[in-house]
Design a protein around this ligand. Sequence first.
Ligand code: ACM
Length: 670
Amino acid sequence: MSGAMLTGAVLAQPAAVSQSQFVNTLMPQPAQLSVNSGGLDISHGVGISLDKFHDDRLDNAVAWARERLQEQTGTLMQAGAASVVISADGPGQAVQGLDEDESYTLDITTQSAHLHAATDVGAMRGLETLLQLVQSDGNGFWLPMVSIQDAPRFKWRGLMIDCSRHFEPVGVIERTLDAMAAVKMNVFHWHLSDDQGFRIESKIYPKLTGMGSDGQFYTQEQAKEIVAYASGLGIRVVPEFDIPGHSTSWVVGYPDLASATGPFTIERHFGVFDPVMDPTRETTYAFLDKFVGEMADIFPDAYMHIGGDENNGVEWKKNPRIQAFMHDHNLKDTVSLQAYFNQKLLQILKKHGKQMIGWDEVLTPDLPKDVVVQSWRGVDSLAAGAKQGYTGILSAGYYLDHMDPASTHYSVDPVPANTDLTPVQAARVLGGEACMWSEYVEPRTIDSRIWPRTAAIAERLWSPRTVNSVDDMYRRLSVESLRLEELGLTHISQEEASLRALAGTQQIDALRPLAAVLEPVNFDTRSHWAETHGVTTLSPLNQLVDALPPDPPSRHDFGDLVSTYLQDPVAHHEEEAALAATFRSWSPSPQMMELLSSSPQLAEALPRALQLTELGTLGLEALNYLSSGLPAAPGWKAQKLAILDNAEKPVALTRFTVLKPLRDLVNEVR
Ligand code: ACM
């Protein structure tokens, strides 16, 4: 919506497309791609067949691909002149693991497309590429004549969803898995317990959900359904049970696990809290042994995530019995005590056939080398671990809840070009995971917080490091975003639906000029506001900020337009006209003011409408100066920079997406 509005004048005349012109919108980009002119006409359907190995998973994947092709082209896909032949050599691993072969080749000629892969998983990755290749013009649909050899750069390309702070129903998880598969991600890291809720049924310990979940949890049947659903897409499911800290929801029903005396209640606030398991009692390990055994039956993946983050040690320091234990066992501090706990837990995991993965904090001296470390505090700790011999994955830089633009995540590389890791050390970096912490996320809004930005992270983890043009990423991301919506994700439609709900009318066009240039404030600003306004897990997330997507198209499109204009303000008339039209649209209409006054949540953003007028005026004045080459009137610049400074301040938990380019415009005036 906003992109078209901002750049409509520039993009008004798309180049005429013909079959010889392939527009590459692949996301992620393949490892190797060569393009010839011409293509395979699929306007009258295409037969898709498997000429070698097939199994249920691959048959289902082909059926689904056929359905999506039909949706896209409006044509029944059946055997005819054109054909897609899929040759898979054999099945993937019985339980998908790190060494799953996901590679494939795809060769398209004017007669047929041939997809070859060693495994059904590789064939499924190739099918996603095939679907993204479809080209169209007024005359029909075709597949371009390309030859692709593709394989992922990293083995572990994940998305973590925190289902504790806010619960996500099965349907949300499944559509998220669909989207992950579309961008070739292969690990769903399921954060199932935290202070705010215990989200999976234990039949051995029913009070975990009975007292720790408010009735919002996955039954074992549902968890198995999700594991099977993910497996059908070639996605591993790694469950996380965050211990020994972040464990309030466990001890509500089982206070004997805790280091302090109960009773405990489910935590309603956000942050780091004191409840922590008692690592000194054998009963704690007996409990965990049975629990891990029960979960190992539900989650076949080789890895189990034990959390391990943000234990503040307060209850350990306060408890004389635990202090005496530390003294007796020569454990000098709470970090050493947690390392002791982790060693015991590791034996339990091993007994049940699981390898351990934990957050940064598990990396302590003497940690066995087969524990995977997930870096959330910085890229440096990942490299430090790799140098010591640990495998690891990166999440620092991929925190979706921070509300950073896709470009920021895209620039974070688990093994950057200037790495000082040796090849052997670099090979220990398995990949990375986007993290969707859910303090301010609920089923209605989660898609717009995850997508489309996660597609940029997926590309960083799949494609060669040299695929790094931010402009090209955004060009392709805007297309991928539409494809994801077609798959059933609500990241685009949610904004308008939420605005309609807030305004109480279907006539919300007048809000668009403002909504298009606003996005949520960053995580820290929102957290500070939440703390000072009594926000809890029970608070509704139905403010304007919840309707707005992070990194909307306006951010990149407007920045791009301004920078092109500034290359030559006197000559770039088209960009000038587009900018002028945008600035004029920023003058709030009476209808906008009326809509903003229609509910308390929208009324909070009234100051933003007035600021938008000022920004529009500022923009038009800057254009006049720059296009004429005349110097600014005395005091003009200082006055306009003050307006920009003021507009930087959060209002209604929103921020403008356009201030940096506006500042560039003002600063360019003589
Ligand atoms: C974390 O963000 N505490 C892993």
